[in-house]
Design a protein around this ligand. Structure first.
Ligand code: FES
Length: 116
């Protein structure tokens, strides 16, 4: 089974916006930046669980809609008002079709490790 899952077109997501994808590992937010870069993180702020998919995307970061924590979409690191990190997921975009693919491989490997 492939680790990559097609989740839709880049144009399905508004620039500087996000869409949610339901997965066996929880809800994942897929973001599109103003420059058409695509990132994916869990849809849950490490501060108090705010829905990051409803945040404001700027550069390669998102600002949480609840208390304005800024989270890097590249590393998942939170930059205030607290410390923390969200899980990030690999994405890739087919250059011809503009279809976004999301990888859950690392997450699945983590589940296997945790079960051992
Ligand atoms: S829940 Fe995101 S900053 Fe508080």
């Amino acid at each position: 089974m492939s680790a990559w899952h097609e989740i839709g077109l880049v144009t399905d997501i508004p620039r500087r916006g996000a869409r949610c994808v339901a997965t066996p590992f929880g809800r994942i937010a897929v973001f599109r930046t103003a420059e058409d870069h695509v990132f994916a993180t869990e849809d849950r702020c490490p501060h108090k669980g705010g829905p990051l998919s409803q945040g404001i995307v700027h550069d390669s970061s998102v600002t949480c809609p609840l208390h304005n924590a800024v989270i890097s979409l590249e590393s998942g690191e939170m930059r205030g008002p607290d410390e923390g990190r969200v899980r990030v997921f690999k994405t890739r975009v087919d250059p011809l079709t503009r279809v976004i693919e999301l990888s859950l491989a690392a997450e699945a490997a983590g589940i296997v490790e945790a079960a051992e």
